[in-house]
Ligand binder design. Structure first.
Ligand SMILES: NC(=O)c1ccc[n+]([C@@H]2O[C@H](COP(=O)([O-])OP(=O)(O)OC[C@H]3O[C@@H](n4cnc5c(N)ncnc54)[C@H](O)[C@@H]3O)[C@@H](O)[C@H]2O)c1
Length: 360
């Protein structure tokens, strides 16, 4: 009889809460995504003591729904001046965020930044260095790392269940155009799919192949005739490593039969994922020489993602160690993403080592 193989159910992938959980959180930027942050923090029992938005009513709305005892501000300097705010969660867009990160670090706060972390890798390194100088934590909210299907994948790889990873292929078919149609910041963003949305997938590729350097990125984007927004929503990306390959397929104006999946192959096994909910629940199938097992996953993209990102910051803070989502860890994924943006713009193949910025 052969030895029992790895059990799919033994791969941990759910967020882990801090033991004490006494840190107090202040949130800057109470826009659309902040409701998912605050819902996750409330459900996890975290303490949010202050909320800030330049449009004060947005902060008031979040206060009333999630943390009625929190104080409300329309000037982030006032929130940062409080001694009882330990961790600042910054959920604005990237165009204004680096200045807020600098202010928060200078005020002695630990920081969790929404994604995409920066538009420029040099600025990312500068912020990471600034955090080090101030002796503070700076983490980036690549919440996809805690989405059930991605958390499972990373955990299975770290446990060695797949051996050395040789290929990773991801597909998403979803109606992103309809989701963002009423939000002009997103619906007119030319880099919507490759940058704002795709950064989670580039980050996953960088994590899956951690320690390996990609050498070529080729990306193409396409307008879709049936799309309800005026920017490209179809994209495909190929990423070459010296001894491995990755691919991403995004079909963001797919109005019927939503579907998402991945297949990651290693020297020791294969992990595949399939879901008819593009961001969330679905099943993973782990196949090794010991056999094949399918497991339904618990949780969802936003709930697990926002919970997991902040849980990691709070836990690392308590344990006095760097967070797994330390901002330095998101820079390789950003570099892949910037290379894809340039490749799509210039219709060329791009060496990601030579690209520093999302902009020309
Ligand atoms: N991780 C995810 O799954 C996910 C999903 C959606 C959005 N996001 C990211 O979250 C960020 C915000 O997205 P959103 O949909 O909430 O945008 P949004 O436009 O709805 O909200 C941004 C908010 O920031 C506020 N703001 C701007 N400058 C400020 C300042 N100086 N001080 C305080 N508040 C300020 C605005 O008034 C606004 O309310 C973006 O970077 C986006 O890519 C992430």
């Amino acid at each position: 009889m052969s030895a029992p193989g790895p059990r799919a159910a033994d791969v941990p992938y759910l967020p882990v809460d801090p033991a004490q959980g006494s840190a107090r959180i202040g949130l800057i930027g109470c826009g659309g995504i902040s409701s998912w942050h605050l819902r996750a923090y409330r459900d996890a029992g975290y303490s949010v003591v202050a909320l800030c938005d330049v449009v004060r009513d947005r902060a008031v709305e979040r206060q009333q729904e999630f943390f009625p005892a929190a104080d409300v501000y329309d000037d982030h300097h006032l929130l940062l001046a409080r001694d009882d705010v330990d961790v600042v969660d910054i959920a604005t867009h990237v165009d204004v965020r680096p200045a807020l990160v600098r202010d928060a670090l200078a005020a002695g706060k630990d920081v969790l930044s929404q994604k995409p972390f920066v538009r420029d890798v040099s600025e990312g390194h500068e912020l990471v260095e600034l955090a080090r100088t101030h002796g503070r934590m700076l983490a980036a909210n690549q919440n996809g790392r805690w989405a059930p299907h991605f958390a499972y994948l990373l955990s299975a790889i770290r446990q060695g269940l797949l051996g050395e990873v040789l290929s990773a292929d991801f597909w998403v078919y979803w109606p992103h155009d309809e989701t963002v149609a009423d939000h002009p910041v997103f619906s007119r963003m030319t880099e919507l799919v490759l940058f704002d949305y795709g950064i989670h997938w580039f980050d996953m590729v960088a994590q899956v192949f951690a320690g390996k350097q990609a050498t070529e990125v080729t990306a193409r984007v396409k307008d879709v005739r049936t799309s309800v927004i005026p920017v490209p929503t179809n994209a495909q990306v190929g990423i070459e490593f010296p001894d491995a390959q990755a691919s991403l397929t995004f079909r963001g104006s797919s109005h019927h039969a939503e579907w998402a999946g991945y297949r990651v192959e290693g020297t020791g096994g294969v992990l595949s994922y399939t879901s008819d909910d593009y961001l969330g629940e679905g099943t993973v199938t782990l196949t090794t020489s010991a056999g094949s097992e399918t497991l339904p996953l618990q949780g969802s993209w936003f709930a697990n993602g926002m919970h997991g990102s902040m849980a990691e910051v709070l836990t690392a803070r308590e344990e006095g160690r760097p967070a797994a989502n330390d901002a330095s860890t998101v820079l390789p994924g950003l570099q892949l993403c910037y290379a894809a943006l340039r490749s799509a713009r210039d219709a060329t193949t791009v060496d990601p080592r030579l690209v520093n910025s999302a902009d020309r």
